[in-house]
Design a protein around this ligand. Structure first.
Ligand SMILES: [Cu+2]
Length: 384
């Protein structure tokens, strides 16, 4: 008899727990599992268990799922991290009789298979078909209306970080008789509140089991600009995330903006001496902390972006899930500069990228990353 997907998951987990350092079988098992049918309900079917890191020692190598030189099909995914990086969604605005600005969006949740690493498909749950969802951007004091349509097969919500009434909090059980709370498949609800406080926030689904609904991809950044704005800069958003591709409650792939090593394959182009502003959000599920480190440079850090004065000049920032901050820096020299999680395991499983300043001629970031991310089978093709 064919084992159920939950049973197959348990077998994979057990193999890992037994320390099947045999990285090849584990990787092959992962691949066949994610390629097979019937993985969709696995996270739902499983009773949530205490979250643990689950990584350690040689075992961590069993996660490697990357095939050097191969990239994912962004067109099929419907989003490209190079575009996601500088894509701010301002919605539509109109002026109310009171003179105030009303800013509106429509966000549709639907289930969608996405390729999270070359050849590794994942049944994601998405806002507007992408992971992370759109970066919603407003100005302090505006009235915001987000019409949420649940086109998924599962109940969802949009829970915004910010200051607003309980009814607009996107939490199941609160405001159900007004149509708020949990939004069932086929239903819709309009969240409406003021844009406050200014800073860098996020939104995510808040339906239980929460870890499943978030890790499937239902999150995005939410920027509230201060009334007076911020100095002109080359602005970008980085949502630090990961994917638990075999539903064992730990991640196999780590990234910013979903695709591991994307910014190695396509370094982020910036100009020398130009101010770069990074909106950095951590939504990573299952691992207690994440971090961002940039090489050969320092940045000003504005935690949560709620002050116009930076708190620290540093080169590394640590964030727990839901934490976020604005980073500002300039690159004084041409060249390719690595950035990555200063959790080494995450960096080697996808959370690594490069800034490319100017037109460096002697730099080969892909080669550097290949050396850095040496896979246990010697960097050969993924053995599947
Ligand atoms: Cu959900």
């Amino acid at each position: 008899m064919e084992p159920s997907s939950a049973e197959r998951n348990r077998r994979i987990s057990r193999r890992r727990l037994l320390g099947a350092a045999a990285t090849v079988p584990a990787a092959a098992g992962l691949h066949s599992l994610v390629s097979g049918s019937g993985i969709g309900g696995a996270a739902q079917a499983d009773t949530p268990r205490p979250v643990s890191n689950g990584h350690g020692g040689r075992e961590s190598f069993a996660h490697a799922t990357f095939a050097p030189g191969r990239t994912v099909d962004h067109r099929r995914n419907g989003f490209d991290p190079t575009e996601v990086l500088r894509d701010f969604d301002y919605g539509k605005t109109r002026r109310l009789a009171s003179g105030r600005v009303l800013r509106e969006w429509e966000i549709v949740a639907h289930d969608k298979e996405i390729e999270v690493a070359p050849g590794v498909n994942y049944e994601a749950w998405t806002y507007n078909g992408r992971v992370p969802g759109p970066t919603l951007r407003a100005r302090e004091g505006e009235r915001l209306r987000i019409r949420f349509v649940n086109g998924s097969e599962h109940p969802h919500t949009m829970h915004f970080h910010g200051i607003h009434p309980a009814l607009m909090d996107g939490v199941p059980g609160i405001g159900e008789r007004f149509g708020a709370g949990q939004i069932e498949p086929g239903e819709a609800f309009a969240y409406e509140f003021e844009a406050e406080p200014f800073g860098l926030h996020l939104y995510h689904c808040h339906v239980a089991p929460l870890a499943s609904h978030i890790s499937r991809g239902l999150y995005g950044a939410f920027v509230v600009d201060p009334k007076q704005g911020r100095p002109e800069a080359d602005e970008m958003v980085m949502v630090m995330n990961g994917f638990d591709t075999n539903f064992d409650l730990s991640n196999e792939v780590y990234a910013v903006n979903s695709i591991g090593f994307h910014y190695v394959n396509e370094p982020i182009r910036v100009r020398r001496d130009e101010l770069v502003r990074i909106y950095l959000v951590n939504v990573l599920e299952f691992d207690p902390i994440n971090s961002f480190h940039v090489h050969a440079n320092f940045f000003q850090h504005y935690p949560t972006g709620t002050s116009l004065e930076p708190s620290e000049l540093t080169d590394t920032v640590i964030q727990g899930q839901g934490q976020r901050g604005i980073l500002e820096l300039k690159f004084p020299f041409d060249g390719d500069y690595m950035f990555h999680a200063h959790v080494s395991e995450f960096a080697e499983l996808g959370w690594t990228g490069f800034f490319r300043v100017g037109e460096p001629s002697s730099m080969t970031p892909a080669a550097a990353a290949a050396a850095y991310c040496k896979l246990p089978w010697g960097g050969k093709r993924n053995p599947v």
